[in-house]
Structure formats: structure tokens, C-alpha cells
Ligand binder design. Structure first.
Ligand code: ADP
Ligand code: MG
Length: 910
């Protein structure tokens, strides 16, 4: 796979974004510009696959795009990573034509090594271009006498007024020295570059646990600490308004200043902290009207240049000749000498002992420029000194001691001012004991909220259905098969719940095809038998239609009317359906989200069934619950959610698991096929078709790139029809009218269509036993769990069945490795765990999942063990003191209210 240079500028921002599961998108400014530039280049290079990927991202980034930018970026990421990898490889192999370190450090300045790229960083074509112009410019400059200093500053130049070649040379050097990856702290520098770079800018956001009441809620300016009004203003602009916001502002990273390097010890390509004296300072002409600033910093071992590409009159006062400064930043070895671009500078303390800023590990705060760090650090330290005593620890003392957690005050103090012997790496990874404590709080309050919510719900009176052995037997007898043991167990649990006066809140979790729908049908029959209405909500219209058919088949035998309510259909159809629901004629109502939209009132809703729960947020679930008087709720999920995550997401639900498939299934054989193996895939499909079986060919479809995706699917259908002219190939996608979709699916079910080429509208739940093979195009664009669900559409009968995953040609090796998990396992739980591990919870759950408090320090994938402990402790407290009335729980109650921002309706519990 060739690695086009236009992807290079995306490497660093995507790497940065990937760290947060693409959640911190808003922190990268200018990404759209960058993507557009790459897109144009990809178009010019006629790289169809890249054009497609980049177009998706561009569209998603535009406001109003329906696909989330995160998803589009996720699809692009493997490709960019690949570009990154292949750009490194050749560089590493290249002989070191670049100025080696020693040469740069000491001896005469090399003059003609400029054309070779430095091995340390990935380059974009744009920077490569500037590099070559650079080289040509520099050839003129090469005749300059070698400098005496090893810093990249020509001796004796003092002002920006230097004329002609010299100024150009400086400009050239200014660009050359920036030939590296964008860094958050290099923001300003980028304006001097030819290539558009995004401005990576983290948001200064206190972790969600910052108290909203009490002494810590006083405004920063009025807290007894004198803060310059301009600073207050600046902080407020970043959303830091209260004292607590500063205390709970989690450092982005840390810098090890326990030992300062000598200038000679600084290594090119590495960050370092050193101290030295300013020997020379001057303005730099970047271009007419734009000034930079450069200084030489020296100690007894050598000197380096400090370069800023944006400057103002303040620079001279900040970097006066003769001043001792601490500088920190990444050292670059340029042929012009060693330099730091936009270093963080701080005046060196006159005393030699350790201070807040030196001789220790210092925090680096998000949302602030490097040169602002000192001021913020000092302010946070003052606030901490004054207010940490007022920090109330929400955790009961006993719990804290038992788990050996530091107090909240101690943890906060340590986070802002680590001890000398703290482990730098664990601080940076937010894994230090202090960070663990904060993470525990987040998880604990999350679980406690869940546990209380569940109890709160439980304590409200609901419906006690009449469920007895006869009714159960009758309901089960409606099914054309015997329940599996797992199904029987689930039915018994559900029956027991339904008979109780408290509302049922149960999650029915089971792999695709494990028979959840059958269990739900039994529950529905029980409710209907007792005179109640049942609502079933499905995520897609096709799935709703299928459930409608299933329920009508199963319960129709008992004379029950089953109605379908969806967003589509004519006005009069909708009116008729609504009327049937309101009058109570329809006993079972199947629908999509349309069910929770207004206008539908039930006559007597008693049971709510929700399929594929994870697509609906917790809040939507509640909305449907409110349509009745606390109906029983059964949530079915086909995504086997890893245990810890399930506890977090569904902590307010009881759990039934179907861990057994109905008899007579043969496992699906899954293969990942690369481009050159595709002919074999189509032959294998043809083989199945010849046996009279049917096939799915699936294309991912996301709305933002709908046109492209649809075009793909359409073209795919045409190609297959051309290949198999004697077969019936049908296209099915979301843009079709409901009747058309229904017609295609019905024909497929009747066996009148051999191959259905579809976008993911068909996604889950479609049940055609004769379909034995599925081909999934651009498979890397799906999550593993989603793929696992999709392939569950085949293998529903006894015939051996197959699933072929075809990654798009633009996907990288990572994608392949990920997809191979599906070759190896058919266990939905194993796959879900893997998926979670590989993609992180944000992606695993999809971006829409919400209704839960945010986690800033804790990471559900990484902190599973901690989360389990937190859940257990939370459960114990919820059980022993459900109203949190004990004095030792008072702090918890307050913290919960703040954390959940009222979503818990704690009024009910406390
Ligand atoms: P899920 O909803 O978990 O994906 P379904 O309830 O749709 O699974 O069941 C998948 C298929 O298996 C359906 O065709 C269904 O009729 C069949 N099925 C379900 N339970 C049994 C059973 N106990 N014995 C035989 N077939 C079953
Ligand atoms: Mg199902």
C-alpha cells in the first residue's frame, strides 16, 4: 500500500485524538482545514479510497452532517496510521545523511545537509516542499562564516532590520526548524508554516467531581486570594470560575524537573528541562509585518537557541539578556544548530532549593499555553494551600481506610504537587494513587447513583401481574418449540418479577439468535393474558416489522391483536394504528422510536419490551416507561456487553442471560479476505447459491457519507447482478420507501430473491433461515460486536454457514488484526471484551450513549477491577442506607446530587 504524503499532516492530530477515543474533537482546531487540504490532494492523486474516507470526515465535520465526526475519523484512522508507519520505515532505513548530533552540537555548522530529511519525524508533502525551497535559499546562506556559538543564531545580528539574504535566511531557518509534528505547545509556531496545521488545544475543564456548593464554590477572584483581574477573566473564559474548579482541574501531564539538565545533556528529539542565562536576544522577521523572537541561552556546557514565531514587546521583558531562565521543551537539532521552539520559560528562582516550579515534578494544565503554566501552577498552589482544608471527603471514613485510599484532600494536593519520589509514568498515565482515588470517586458515585435509582424505582408501586403455573404453561405453549434451559430460566425470572408489585427492570442479555425474542413473546403473552397492553420498541423499522410478524404469528393464535407503529406510513394508517392503541383494541404494539414520540397514548400499558437497548439511552428507556403507570420493563440486548460495562450501564437493571443457543445450529465459519482473495469469496458465495441457499452482501452506511455508501452498495448490486445474471439480486437500503423495503425482505424470506445487497438498515434481527452466507464489505468500518451481530443473520438454520469480511483496500493492518478476532471466536462475550479493549468504551457504546455522568479520570476499559470494587461498595451502601440518611453518608448524598445533576431524582431517596 503506497503511503501518500497528504495523509501525513493528519498523523499527529489523529494520534492525539485517538487517545481520547476521539472524544476531545473540539480541542483540535483547524482539523477541517487540514482534512480538506488532504482531500484535495487525494483527489488530485486519484486515490479513490482516500477520497472516500476523507470526504466522510469532511462532511461529518461540517455542521449538520449526520455521521458523527468521531465515526468518520475512526474509519480514517487506520489508513492514517498506516501512512505514519510507512513514513517511518524508509526513514529508518536511510543512511544518516542528516546532520548527526555531534556535528550539530559542536563543530562547524554543516551547510549542505539540508536536503535530507531528519529521521525523527513524519513529514508532509507540504513541509517537504518548504524544505526544498529552504535548501535552495540556504545555499546562498551557506557561504556565511560558521558560527562560533552552537546555537542557531548568527552572531552579531541584533535586530529584525537585517536586510536581504540574511532576513530570508532567517525566515528559511524559521520554517526549517519547525519541520516536526505539531505539538499542543507549538500552536503559535504553526502560523509560520506553509502547511495548515490544526491547533491542538485541550480544554481546561475541571473533573466532573468539583463541588458546586460550599466554600469551594466561591468565585476565583473573591476567595481571599488576590488574582489579577485579567487572569480571572482568562480563567473564566475557560470555564474556570470557582475555587473548586481550580482544585479539580486535572493536570494534563507532568514534567520531571527534579533534575535540570545541562544544555549539553539535552538530546535532540527529546523533551528536556534545563537552566541557563540569556546571552543574546533579538527580533526575528518571519515575514513582513510578522515578528518572531529568538534568544541564545547558555550555561557552562554550551548554548542553544530559543525561538518563537510569534512575538510582541513583552518578549524582551520576558527574556532579557543576562536573565537566568528555566526552559523546557523539545530540543531540535537543525543544521543551523540546536534549538527549542516555543519552549516553556520560567525565571529561574534565585534561591537554589526546590520551589513550586523547579526541583520537582510539576503539573502541566490543560487549556493553557506553556508560558502560562507557571502562573496557573502558582495560582492553583495558592488556592490549594488556602482551601484544601475545606475539601469535604464524600467517602465514608471507614470505606476509605478499608480500601486504603488517600483522602480527597490528600489526593488533590498530590495531583497538583507530586512528591519527589512519585512515579512519573503513573502520574502521566493518571494511574498514581492520587489519581486512583479520584477515579474511584467517579466510579463509586456512578454505581451508587445507579443502585439508588434502581431502588428508588423498586420502591414505587408497580403492577403485580397474575402469573401462575397454568398461565405460564399456556404462554409457553404458544411457541412452536421447547424453550432452551437458558430460556426457561429467563422466563421463570421474568414471571417472578412480573408477579411482584415492584416494577420489573430486567435486562435480557444473549447472543444473537439465542432466542430473546421468544422469551419476550412469552412475557408479552403473560401480560396480555392479565389484561394489559404491551409495547415493544425496536431500533429499526425492519426489525420492528419483523417483531411485528413474529408476535402476530405467535400471539395471533391466541386471538391477540398486534399493531405496528412506525414513523413511515400514510397519515391515515398512522391514525388508525394510534386509535387501535388508544382504544385498547391493540394489545401488543410494536414500533420504533415513534412509540415514545408524543401522540401515542396507551389504554393500559403494563409491559414494555425494548430490543437492542444499547442504542437507546437510559433516558429514552425512561420515556417509554412513563407512558404507563410504572409498567414492567424488559430490555433485550444482542450486544453482549462486558460485565463491568454492563454493570455501569445497566446497574439499575436485574440481569437474565441466555448463554445457550437453540439446538440444531452449526457455527458460522468466518474469514477475513484481503483484496486478492475476493474472487474466491464470490466463488464460495456462488457455491451456496447453487445449493439453493441465499446470501447477504452488506455495505456499511453512515448518513454523512450516505451518497458514497449508497453508490457503493448500488454499484455492488449491479456488479453482482452482472456476474450472476440468472440470479435475483436485490438492493435494500434505508432510502427506499417502507413498502419497498418490506417487499424486498418479504421476497427474500420467500426465497424469491437470492442475494440481497443491503446497507446496514438490515442490521440486526432479520431472520431468514435459508440464508447461509454473508459478505461484509468495508468490514473494518464496523465494530467487532456489531459484526458479530450481523453475521448472526446467517447460521440460523442447520446448514453450515459462512461470513466473509472484506476490509476496504484503504484499511490498514490494524484493521485486519482486529477483524481476525471474529475468525477465532463465536462467543459474543469474548468478542465484546476484545472490542472494548481495542476501541475503548466510548466507541464501543457509540457516541449517542448518554444519560450517565461523564468520567474524566476513570477509564471503564482500563479500570474494570476498580469499577467492580466501586460497584460492590455502592451496592452495600445502597442496601444498608437507601436514603443516605446516616451522618457518615451525608457527604455522599451531596456529591451524588452534584454528580448526577438532578438526574437521579434523589428527592425520592434522600
Ligand atoms: P434473538 O432475538 O436472541 O436474536 P430469536 O428469538 O430471534 O433470537 O431466535 C432466533 C431463532 O431461533 C428464531 O428463528 C427462533 O424461532 C428460533 N428459536 C428461538 N428459541 C428456540 C428454541 N428454544 N428452539 C428452537 N428454535 C428457537
Ligand atoms: Mg432478536
Amino acid at each position: 500500500m503506497p503511503s501518500p504524503s497528504y495523509l501525513q499532516p493528519l498523523v499527529a492530530p489523529l494520534r492525539f485524538l485517538a487517545q481520547s477515543d476521539f472524544a476531545r474533537l473540539s480541542t483540535v482546531k483547524g482539523l477541517d482545514r487540514l482534512v480538506k487540504t488532504a482531500l484535495e490532494a487525494a483527489r488530485a492523486a486519484r486515490s479513490g479510497g482516500d477520497v472516500q474516507l476523507l470526504e466522510r470526515v469532511a462532511q461529518a465535520l461540517e455542521r449538520g452532517g449526520a455521521e458523527s465526526p468521531q465515526e468518520a475519523l475512526r474509519a480514517l484512522a487506520p489508513r492514517v496510521r498506516e501512512a505514519e508507519a510507512s513514513s517511518r520505515a524508509p526513514d529508518a532505513a536511510r543512511p544518516p545523511t542528516t546532520a548527526p548530533r555531534q556535528e550539530v552540537q559542536g563543530g562547524p555548522r554543516p551547510t549542505s545537509t539540508r536536503a535530507a530529511p531528519s529521521p525523527t519525524s513524519a513529514r508532509s508533502s507540504l513541509t517537504a516542499e518548504s524544505r526544498s525551497t529552504d535548501a535552495s535559499r540556504r545555499s546562498g546562506a551557506a557561504r556565511q562564516p560558521p558560527e562560533t556559538a552552537d546555537a542557531a543564531v548568527p552572531s552579531g545580528t541584533t535586530s529584525s532590520g537585517t536586510a536581504g539574504g540574511s532576513a530570508r535566511r532567517k525566515k528559511a531557518r524559521a520554517q526549517g526548524s519547525l519541520l516536526d509534528e505539531p505539538r499542543p505547545d507549538r500552536r503559535k509556531a504553526r502560523s509560520a508554516r506553509a502547511s495548515p496545521e490544526p491547533e491542538v488545544e485541550e480544554v481546561a475543564r475541571p473533573i466532573a467531581a468539583a463541588p458546586r456548593q460550599g466554600p469551594l464554590s466561591q468565585p476565583i477572584g473573591g476567595s481571599g486570594i488576590r488574582v489579577p483581574p485579567r487572569l480571572v477573566e482568562g480563567l473564566n473564559k475557560k470555564g474556570l470560575e470557582r475555587v473548586g474548579d481550580l482544585l479539580f482541574l486535572l493536570p494534563r501531564t507532568y514534567e520531571d524537573r527534579r533534575r535540570l539538565s545541562t544544555l549539553r545533556e539535552l538530546r535532540p528529539g527529546e523533551r528536556g528541562v534545563a537552566v541557563g542565562t540569556v546571552r543574546m536576544a533579538r527580533d526575528l522577521m518571519i515575514r513582513p509585518g510578522k515578528r518572531g523572537f529568538q534568544a541564545v541561552l547558555a550555561d557552562e556546557t554550551g548554548s542553544i537557541a530559543l525561538t518563537w514565531f510569534q512575538s510582541g514587546p513583552w518578549m524582551r521583558s520576558r527574556v532579557p539578556v543576562g536573565k537566568r531562565l528555566i526552559v523546557s521543551g523539545e530540543l531540535r537539532a537543525t543544521p543551523g544548530g540546536r534549538e527549542m521552539v516555543h519552549p516553556e520559560i520560567e525565571p529561574a528562582d534565585e534561591g537554589s532549593g526546590p520551589s513550586l516550579h523547579t526541583g520537582r515534578i510539576v503539573p502541566v494544565y490543560p487549556g493553557f499555553e506553556r508560558h502560562e503554566q507557571r502562573q496557573v501552577r502558582a495560582l492553583v498552589a495558592r488556592v490549594a494551600a488556602m482551601h484544601l482544608g475545606a475539601v469535604e471527603d464524600p467517602l465514608p471514613e471507614e470505606l476509605r481506610r478499608r480500601l486504603a485510599l488517600p483522602s480527597l484532600g490528600e489526593a488533590l494536593a498530590r495531583i497538583h504537587q507530586p512528591a519527589a519520589d512519585d512515579d512519573l509514568a503513573s502520574l502521566e498515565d493518571h494511574r498514581s494513587p492520587a489519581h486512583r482515588r479520584l477515579a474511584f470517586d467517579e466510579l463509586f458515585l456512578l454505581h451508587l447513583g445507579m443502585a439508588l435509582r434502581r431502588q428508588g424505582v423498586k420502591h414505587e408501586p408497580g403492577i403485580a401481574f397474575q402469573v401462575d403455573g397454568d398461565r405460564l404453561a399456556n404462554a409457553r405453549a404458544l411457541l412452536p418449540f421447547t424453550l432452551t434451559r437458558a430460556q426457561a430460566r429467563a422466563v421463570a425470572e421474568i414471571g417472578r418479577d412480573m408477579a411482584r408489585p415492584e416494577p420489573m427492570h430486567r435486562l435480557l442479555q444473549g447472543d444473537v439468535g439465542s432466542g430473546k425474542t421468544a422469551v419476550a413473546a412469552v412475557a408479552a403473552a403473560l401480560a396480555v393474558e392479565d389484561g394489559w397492553q404491551v409495547a415493544l420498541m425496536a431500533p429499526t423499522e425492519i426489525l420492528a416489522a419483523q417483531h411485528h410478524a413474529t408476535f402476530a404469528r405467535v400471539l395471533g393464535k391466541a386471538g391477540v391483536e398486534v399493531t405496528l407503529v412506525t414513523g413511515s406510513g400514510t397519515g391515515s394508517e398512522k391514525r388508525r394504528a394510534r386509535e387501535a392503541v388508544e382504544s385498547g383494541r391493540a394489545r401488543i404494539v410494536v414500533g420504533t422510536q415513534a412509540l415514545i414520540q408524543e401522540g401515542i397514548a396507551f389504554e393500559k400499558l403494563g409491559l414494555v419490551l425494548i430490543d437492542e437497548q444499547h442504542r437507546f439511552g437510559v433516558l429514552q428507556r425512561q420515556a417509554l416507561g412513563h407512558k404507563g403507570r410504572r409498567p414492567d420493563v424488559l430490555v433485550m440486548t444482542a450486544t453482549p456487553i462486558p460485565r463491568t460495562l454492563a454493570m455501569t450501564l445497566y446497574g439499575d437493571l436485574d440481569l437474565s442471560v441466555l448463554d445457550e443457543l437453540p439446538p440444531g445450529r452449526t457455527p458460522i465459519t468466518t474469514r477475513v479476505a484481503t483484496a486478492n482473495r475476493q474472487p474466491e469469496v464470490w466463488e464460495a458465495v456462488e457455491l451456496e447459491l447453487r445449493k439453493g441457499r441465499q446470501a447477504y452482501v452488506l455495505y456499511p452506511l453512515v448518513e454523512a457519507s450516505e451518497k458514497i455508501d449508497l453508490a457503493d452498495a448500488t454499484r455492488g448490486a449491479e456488479e453482482l447482478q452482472a456476474r450472476w445474471s440468472h440470479r435475483r439480486v436485490q438492493l435494500l437500503h434505508g432510502r427506499l420507501k417502507q413498502e419497498e423495503k418490506d417487499a424486498v425482505m418479504a421476497a427474500f424470506r420467500r426465497g424469491e430473491v437470492d442475494v440481497v445487497v443491503c446497507t446496514t438498515v438490515v442490521e440486526v434481527g432479520v431472520d431468514v433461515a435459508n440464508a447461509s452466507v454473508m459478505v461484509i464489505q468495508n468490514a473494518e468500518r464496523f465494530g467487532l460486536s456489531q459484526l458479530h451481530q450481523l453475521r448472526g443473520r446467517v447460521g440460523r438454520g442447520a446448514a453450515a454457514s459462512f461470513c466473509y469480511l472484506l476490509p476496504s483496500f484503504a484499511s490498514g493492518p490494524d484493521a485486519r488484526v482486529r477483524l481476525e478476532v471474529l475468525e477465532q471466536s463465536t462467543d459474543g462475550f469474548v468478542i465484546a471484551e476484545k472490542d472494548l479493549e481495542l476501541r475503548g468504551p466510548g466507541e464501543f457504546l457509540g457516541t449517542r450513549q448518554s444519560g450517565l455522568p461523564e468520567l474524566s479520570v476513570a477509564n471503564l476499559a482500563r479500570d474494570q477491577a476498580l469499577s467492580a470494587v466501586a460497584a460492590e461498595e455502592a451496592k452495600a451502601i445502597a442496601a444498608s442506607d437507601p436514603r443516605l440518611t446516616r451522618p457518615e453518608h451525608r457527604g455522599l448524598l451531596r456529591a451524588l446530587e452534584e454528580r448526577w445533576e438532578g438526574r437521579l431524582s434523589l428527592a425520592q431517596v434522600g
